[in-house]
Design a protein around this ligand. Structure first.
Ligand code: URA
Length: 435
């Protein structure tokens, strides 16, 4: 088999056989296909797409490029959740303990933030002592004993994706739907998921900027799930404005705790309810989505989800006292208010810009090896549709120095657009893709 011929096939949009796809993934991961040929193949896929069968074969070939996790010891269905990434997206911190409190076992692998989007691991590591680098045995024991754990993805899972993603990143081929779909789904399958719930973000702060692209990505992942025997459901959700009010690691941990107390932002709470209902149905704890929502609501009222978070933090070496006393969390040296310069209605809070402001303050990284400032970030006090009077406080900026905070305050003003007329708040849940 020759890589040259497979590049020609991809250029023609032809289906590749299982053997051909496995050849590409195996030989590239082993370093026997050079980057320039793989880059040409990715660019052909970028322009021509990949037939659905080939996309599923690519996903499974990537899964087989490394180790896989098995949860057979737990004797239960493993339901996993994945978000395609956004700004202020602390959903996992809330959803995992909340669903675990219904009796579903959750073994979650999460990532770090990059660019304008945050990562769950960085948020959790804002809790003093919290360890996300559990060994495989510690991970399994934690899930067995407490019903939940959140860890970083180990390097031995899907090495093909790591190498391919780095290549895509420098060859302008990241935003290819079959390549994104196979990258995400291969990691979920390798981590042992039986059922997968996807939160596909769309809008100014997301990978996918338009609804039709987000729908195609969701359909492609759901189709991979069907073809590989992992029941997959995708919700398509709005990411034009940040989720909740807080963007930045410590700030988001605080907001997650508030939400588990039943005092969180309406959009974050609603998203967790919608995703959680899907998860409990998939796990067999409820037989319909309305029943799943009811179970989620009842569970929150018992205080069980906050207890689950406490158990998880303690089990993973963290200071669980943060739940009762968030002042234990690191705080920024400088906190300043942003004040409305006019009276009117909030028309837009540009999510990507707010993510970049938080990154500029040190809350996120440009490269994976960058250090981050856990306490830095932007705390918004308004959402799209709110009526605001001139002089109202609309945000607080948290940072390490006066200069950084002053620059960020000006940028926050620019990230917000105003209307003199009332603005209807945009819907959060835009679509659901299943089967
Ligand atoms: N997230 C992933 O894991 N992979 C992609 O290709 C894009 C986003």
């Amino acid at each position: 088999m020759r890589m040259y011929d497979l590049i020609v096939k991809a250029r023609e949009g032809a289906e590749l056989s299982r053997e051909e796809v496995r050849f590409i993934v195996r030989e590239y991961t082993a370093g026997r296909i050079p980057d320039y040929q793989m880059a040409a193949w990715c660019m052909a896929v970028y322009f021509r797409g990949l037939p659905p069968k080939t996309t599923a074969e690519l996903t499974l070939a990537m899964v087989d490029s490394g180790a896989t996790l098995s949860w057979s010891e737990l004797d239960t269905v493993i339901v996993d959740k994945h978000s395609t990434g956004g700004v202020g997206d602390k959903t996992t911190l809330v959803l995992v303990p909340w669903v675990a409190a219904t009796g579903v076992k959750i073994a979650k692998m999460s990532g770090r933030g990059l660019g304008h989007t945050g990562g769950t691991l960085d948020k959790l590591e804002a809790i003093p002592g919290f360890r996300s680098d559990l060994s495989r045995d510690e991970f399994i024991d934690s899930v067995q004993e407490t019903g939940l754990a959140i860890v970083g993805q180990t390097n031995d899972l899907v090495p093909a994706d790591r190498k391919l993603y780095a290549l895509r990143d420098v060859t302008a081929t990241v935003d290819s739907i079959p390549l994104i779909a196979s990258s995400i789904m291969s990691k979920k399958i390798a981590a042992g998921a039986d059922r997968i719930i996807l939160d596909v973000k769309v809008g100014k702060g997301a990978f996918m900027q338009d609804l039709s692209g987000a729908r195609r990505l969701a359909e492609t992942m759901v189709d991979i799930g069907r073809k590989t025997g992992r029941n997959t459901v995708a919700l398509i959700t709005n990411m034009d404005q940040p989720l909740g009010f807080s963007v930045g690691n410590v700030l988001e941990v605080r907001e997650a705790i508030d939400t588990l107390r039943g005092k969180g932002p309406a959009d974050l709470t609603e998203l967790c309810l919608a995703l959680g209902a899907e998860m409990v149905v998939q796990a067999g704890k409820a037989d319909s989505l309305p029943a799943g929502r009811e179970l989620m609501n009842k569970t929150l009222a018992t205080g069980g989800p906050l207890e689950k978070l406490r158990q998880m933090i303690t089990r993973q070496g963290g200071e669980a006292g943060v739940i009762d006393d968030p002042s234990i969390l690191p705080t920024a040296a400088v906190v300043q208010e942003v004040v409305a310069t006019k009276t009117g209605y909030i028309e837009d809070i540009h999510a990507r810009t707010v993510g970049l402001i938080a990154m500029g303050l040190g809350a996120g990284r440009q490269r994976l090896e960058d250090e981050i400032d856990l306490a830095a970030g932007v705390e918004l006090l308004v959402k799209v549709g709110d009526a605001v009077q001139k002089g109202d406080i609309i945000a607080r900026v948290h940072g390490a120095t006066e200069d950084k905070v002053a620059a960020a305050k000006a940028q926050v003003q620019e990230a917000i657009s105003w209307s003199a007329l009332p603005v209807v708040a945009p819907p959060l849940l835009l679509d659901r893709v299943s089967r």
